[in-house]
Design a protein around this ligand. Sequence first.
Ligand SMILES: Nc1ncnc2c1ncn2[C@@H]1O[C@H](COP(=O)(O)OP(=O)(O)O)[C@@H](O)[C@H]1O
Ligand SMILES: [Mg+2]
Length: 354
Amino acid sequence: LGAGQLGRMLALAGYPLGLKFRFVDPTAGSPAGQVAPQTVADYSDTGALGELEACDVVTFEFENVPDYAADRLAATTQVFPPPAALRVSQDRLVEKTCLTSLGFATPRFEPVHDEASLRQAVDRLGVPSVLKTRRFGYDGKGQCVLKQASDLPRALALVGAGPCILEEFVAFEREVSLIAVRARDGSVASYPLIENRHEGGILRRSTVPSMTGPVVEREAAASVQRLLEHLDYVGVLTVEFFEVGGQLLANEFAPRVHNSGHLTIEAAGTSQFENHLRAIAGLPLGSTHCPGPAAMLNLIGTLPDKTAVLRVPGTHYHDYGKEVRPGRKVGHITITADTHAELETRVAEVSALL
Ligand SMILES: Nc1ncnc2c1ncn2[C@@H]1O[C@H](COP(=O)(O)OP(=O)(O)O)[C@@H](O)[C@H]1O
Ligand SMILES: [Mg+2]
């Protein structure tokens, strides 16, 4: 379900394993639809869902698939990750409550549903704080930072759109993500922590390894394993963290392959895409080890000259086959190197071309 770039990279990772794919997505000519058969239909279209019942296993590449569609499919075929995990991740309040109940530290948060509860939440958490819609937010959309009283009208407009959550604003040192995968037999593997830089709520750069210390990293991997087991999860799951004062605060999790994991295609023993497929197909997991430093640069709203980029050693160019539009993720470049210094030199050379 979903035929964006994540679906496309899943299919491209699955063909060597002899897997076949069928995608459902309402947008014709989407990135995955260019490499596999696509049914152009809404996710609630019973005819399209009926076609998927013929598949051995159904998965999804974005978390706003209606949970009733996933439930319906789960009644007749295997759906991984489990629809219950999808449901938790679709609501920021349920998600953060789940994370805290499993022992994750998170930013402090309060539920908000009207002006009175917003004022109460601001009294408790102070400013700056971040108001987010509980559902359907992505790439920083459906969020507003509250710095002073004059931000209230904007915040109220957001609350008008539906139930919200107010979070303390975290002055983090860095953002990191932990991508883990759980197989059908319960075995778990996790990738090294990946460091992420966002601009305007959109991921710009991911780097591996992160600057986070090994003790914190091991704790994060153990917490994510608890989450996978709690959800009886099968497939790849990603937890996003803020690192502040030597501690990781969990921000959210994605029940799918993740933008920060694109660099695993070239930097890891087995990519997040292949490991997701191995997990849901009941195959053994592959190595998540990343032997050297690597970075991923998102291509947002523009595709640079391929020849110039590929002239820089260690570069890999990914074009998602999308129409180029401002603010849209249309591709990414992965850069590998033997040393950190070499990586930064190459990243600077590529950045100059963007
Ligand atoms: N509580 C917060 N404190 C500081 N920055 C935040 C906070 N919440 C979100 N952000 C910033 O906004 C980005 C997007 O927010 P996130 O909650 O991950 O929503 P999305 O679903 O859009 O990815 C984060 O990666 C981070 O850079
Ligand atoms: Mg996020």
